[in-house]
Design a binder for this molecule. Structure first.
Ligand code: SAH
Length: 388
């Protein structure tokens, strides 16, 4: 490693060193991505909330350690953490993980060097939190996570293969998540729901079911915090949340249908065009307002460099917890109506004045989550246009 300069960074209360590399790339000797600081900060809040709710000391597995930054920050910055296990298949990563543990004077943090699935299986049932933050897709590791997760544990999952989940490329999504994506204006939400659905279906093999506590799509990645519990009856019940989203490209109508193999309407009930389906995916909750409120409260007690953006995102997700699946994109609808978009505030006010829900979404600054139909929204936009 002599040919590399060592770089030191600080996140939260933690110092990390790794060989400097000019690109953020999986070719780097040790991977560190500064754009993921928000992800790590939110993880600290979510795991702390989980730990307080469970009222017990917890063991955490950082399955893809890299520089060790996650596991080390978790031990250093979260209260009630017993042991942290950092795993990475790369020996160079292991070297820096150990170095960074010492740099922060931490005890009870172990470094392991296994394939991720192997490591989970060796340690089956020992972790209260499993953090899966790999390069690209988490899909190949979810079976082992499902087999090895304890009851009443927290599963944190990152996916950076958003082009597959969002449907830019259809086949990789079908291969990795056994689901058909669709690239609509709300494809990031569909992507999160496909990932959540895949986790639910994978875990169900082991009689385990999920409760999504918080989820977000930010820049190039998606992240989910999932409470895992065990029991065949509740698992059967939870799989009733699996279904499909059907979209009409012509009039922008969308509808959901529950059930893995229930019949799905083929024709748009609004305009008669053919509907396009995405799924199977999770139609249950993907935000839990109580959990998110506690994450917001927890920011008071933590040193988090990204506090401003973390709070903005958390408050948005808190509001979204009350909203139905999918959202409308004002510009897209206005384009289809060949009108210019009225002011966003006016649109929100008018939707609410007519008795519908209108909620902003973190997925898109021009997005509106609403129980109004696309026809209702179109009428409102046309009315507002006439007024000006
Ligand atoms: N979670 C880290 C980033 C991890 S990058 C962070 O927050 O900064 C992904 C890491 O996974 C790399 O260090 C790579 O060496 C490791 N890796 C790749 N395939 C693996 C596998 N099959 N099992 C375990 N580790 C693996």
């Amino acid at each position: 490693m002599d040919e590399y300069k060592i770089k030191r960074i600080e996140e939260g209360l933690t110092k990390i060193e790794f060989p400097e590399f000019d690109k953020i790339s999986s070719d780097a000797p040790v991977f560190y991505n500064p754009h993921m600081e928000l992800n790590r900060d939110l993880s600290i809040l979510a795991i702390q909330v989980f730990q307080k709710q469970e009222k017990r000391d917890i063991n955490i597995c950082d399955l893809f350690g890299g520089s060790g930054i996650r596991g080390i920050r978790y031990k250093n910055e979260i209260d009630g953490v017993d042991n942290v296990f950092i795993n990475d298949i790369s020996e160079v990563a292991n070297y820096y993980e150990q170095h960074n543990i010492e740099l922060n004077n931490l005890e009870n943090v172990e470094v392991h060097s296994h394939d991720a699935s192997m490591f989970l299986r060796i340690k089956r049932g020992e972790f209260d939190v499993i953090d899966i933050d790999p390069f690209g897709t988490p899909s190949p590791f979810l079976d082992s996570a499902g087999y090895c997760a304890r009851r009443k544990s927290l599963l944190c999952v990152t996916a950076t293969d958003t082009s597959a989940l969002c449907g830019t490329y259809k086949e990789p999504c079908i291969r990795k998540y056994n689901a058909k994506p669709y690239k609509s204006e709300y494809c990031h939400e569909t992507g999160i729901r496909i990932l959540a659905g895949f986790v639910a279906l994978t875990l169900s093999k082991y009689g385990k079911y999920i409760d999504v506590k918080m989820s977000h799509s930010t820049e190039h990645y998606m992240r989910l915090y999932i409470y895992v519990n065990k029991g065949p009856k509740k698992t059967d019940q939870s799989l009733k949340n699996i279904g499909y989203i059907s979209h009409c490209k012509n009039c922008l109508h969308r509808q959901t249908s529950l059930g893995l193999a229930s019949p799905i309407e083929e024709i748009c009930p609004v305009c008669g065009e053919k509907l396009i389906h995405a799924g199977p995916l999770w139609l249950g909750d993907i935000q839990d307002s109580d959990f998110i409120q506690k994450m917001i409260d927890e920011t008071e007690h933590k040193k988090i460099n990204t506090e401003k953006s973390a709070l903005k995102l958390l408050n948005s997700c808190l509001n979204e917890a009350k909203a139905p699946a999918t959202f409308y994109d004002v510009h897209k609808i206005c384009k289809s109506l060949r009108i210019s978009a009225p002011k966003l505030d006016l649109i929100f006010d008018e939707i609410k004045r007519q008795g519908f829900i209108a909620i902003k979404t973190h997925y898109n600054p021009l997005g509106i989550k609403s129980d109004a139909t696309v026809e209702d929204i179109k009428n409102i936009l046309l009315e507002l246009c006439k007024e000006f």
